[in-house]
Write a protein that binds this ligand. Structure first.
Ligand SMILES: Nc1ncnc2c1ncn2[C@@H]1O[C@H](COP(=O)(O)OP(=O)(O)OP(=O)(O)O)[C@@H](O)[C@H]1O
Length: 333
C-alpha cells in the first residue's frame, strides 16, 4: 500500500487496515471508558463493535478519527501511526457517519455532500460531479435531490446523504456510529440492504457501532463483542459468533436476542395442545399469534398457560413449557 495514500485525494484507492494496539481512554474524572483495547480491522471488511450501553464503543470509534484522544496505545491506519498526524487533516481522510447525520441545514444536498472535497481544495466542477456520482451511488437521483435542502428529505434519505458525504473524498476508512438507529424499523431494513450493496461496490474498511445484534449479524464481516471498559470478549465472523460463542457472556449476549427473535416468528399453533377441562380465568390469545404473543400474555397476567381462541371459539392451550419445546427447525424464520 502506498504510504502516502492516506494523504491523497486522487481516484479510487484500496482500503486500509486498522490496527489498534493497547489503546485506552481514561477521563480526567478517573472513568476508564476503555482499558486496554487491541483489534485488527481487516482492509475492505466491515467490522461491527457491539456491547452494552456505556461499554466504550463510541469512545473506540472516536479515537480512530481522534475526536477523542487516547490516553495510551497506538493506532495504525494504512501503515501510519495516526497519533502522529494532524487530527484535523486526518479527519478529512476518514469518513464519519453518526445517528442524526448532522447535515448543514442551510446548504443544499450537493453542497453538503461536497463538504470534504471542498476542504481538500478540489475545483468546483469536480466537486459537483463527485457529489452527483455519490447521490447516484446511494440511490438518490441528482436531478431531483441535489438542489434540495436537508429538511426536504425523509429521515432515511438524510441518512443516505450522510453516507454519501462520508464517502465523497474516497476515504480509506469509514466510521459509523449507530448510523441506522434513528429511522423506523422498515426504513432501517431497507437502508441496511442498500448499504450492503453499496459496500459490495466500494469495499471500504468500515467500523460500525451498534447495539442491535440483528444489525451486527446482517452487516458485519466480523463482530467484536465488548464488555464494560472496552474489554474484548470475542472477535469473530457472525456465523461463528452465533454457533460457537466462546464464553457464557457472549452466549448470553447473542443468544437471548436470537431466542426472542425466534419466538416472534414462530406460530403459536406449533406449541398448542388440545383444550383442557379447566379454562376459566385463563388469559386468551388469538390462534394467528406467535409464541411471543402467547408468552407475553402469560407474563402479563402471571399465568402458566393461555387459552387459544379462533373465531370466538376455544381451540387449544399453550403452556409456558410448551413455548420453549418447539424445536428450532419448526420455526418459520
Ligand atoms: N467526558 C467524559 N467524562 C467521563 N466519562 C465519560 C465521558 N465521556 C464518556 N464517558 C464514559 O465513558 C464510558 C464509555 O462511553 P461510550 O460513549 O464510549 O459508550 P458506548 O458503549 O458507546 O455507549 P452507548 O451504547 O450508550 O452509546 C461510559 O461509562 C461513559 O459514561
Amino acid at each position: 500500500m502506498d504510504a502516502t495514500a492516506i494523504n491523497g485525494s486522487g481516484p479510487a484507492r484500496s482500503a486500509a487496515s486498522i490496527t489498534l494496539e493497547d489503546v485506552g481512554k481514561t477521563y480526567p474524572d478517573g472513568t476508564v471508558a476503555v482499558g486496554d483495547f487491541s483489534l485488527e480491522v481487516h482492509a475492505g471488511e466491515l467490522t461491527v463493535l457491539i456491547g452494552p450501553s456505556g461499554c466504550g464503543k463510541s469512545t473506540i470509534l472516536r479515537m480512530i478519527n481522534r475526536l477523542i484522544e487516547p490516553t495510551h496505545g497506538r493506532i495504525v491506519i494504512d501503515g501510519q501511526d495516526i497519533l502522529k498526524r494532524n487530527p484535523v487533516e486526518l479527519r478529512r481522510h476518514i469518513g464519519y457517519v453518526i445517528q442524526n447525520v448532522g447535515l448543514f441545514p442551510h446548504q443544499n444536498i450537493r453542497t453538503n455532500v461536497g463538504t470534504v472535497p471542498r476542504l481538500l481544495g478540489w475545483d468546483k466542477k469536480r466537486i459537483n460531479e463527485r457529489a452527483d456520482e455519490l447521490l447516484e451511488l446511494v440511490g438518490l437521483d441528482p436531478a431531483r435531490f441535489a438542489k434540495r435542502y436537508p429538511h426536504e428529505l425523509s429521515g432515511g434519505q438524510r441518512q443516505r446523504i450522510g453516507v454519501a458525504r462520508a464517502l465523497a473524498a474516497d476515504p480509506l476508512v469509514l466510521l459509523m456510529d449507530e448510523p441506522f438507529s434513528a429511522v423506523d424499523p422498515i426504513a432501517r431494513g431497507r437502508l441496511q440492504e442498500e448499504f450492503l450493496r453499496l459496500q459490495a461496490t466500494v469495499r471500504k474498511t468500515i467500523v460500525l457501532v451498534t447495539h442491535d445484534i440483528d444489525e451486527a449479524v446482517r452487516l458485519g464481516d466480523r463482530i467484536a463483542v465488548l464488555a464494560e471498559g472496552g474489554r474484548l470478549l470475542q472477535y469473530a465472523p457472525p456465523a461463528e459468533l452465533l454457533s460457537k460463542p466462546d464464553s457464557t457472556a457472549v452466549g448470553d449476549f447473542v443468544g437471548a436476542d436470537r431466542g426472542i427473535r425466534r419466538l416472534a416468528v414462530t406460530p403459536l399453533r406449533q406449541a398448542m395442545t388440545p383444550p383442557t377441562a379447566i379454562m376459566a380465568g385463563r388469559p386468551t390469545v388469538d390462534a394467528e399469534g406467535t409464541l411471543y404473543d402467547a408468552l407475553a400474555a402469560m407474563l402479563a397476567s402471571d399465568a402458566a398457560e393461555v387459552v387459544v381462541v379462533e373465531d370466538g371459539k376455544t381451540v387449544g392451550v399453550v403452556t409456558r413449557t410448551s413455548v420453549f419445546e418447539v424445536p428450532e427447525a419448526e420455526a418459520t424464520v
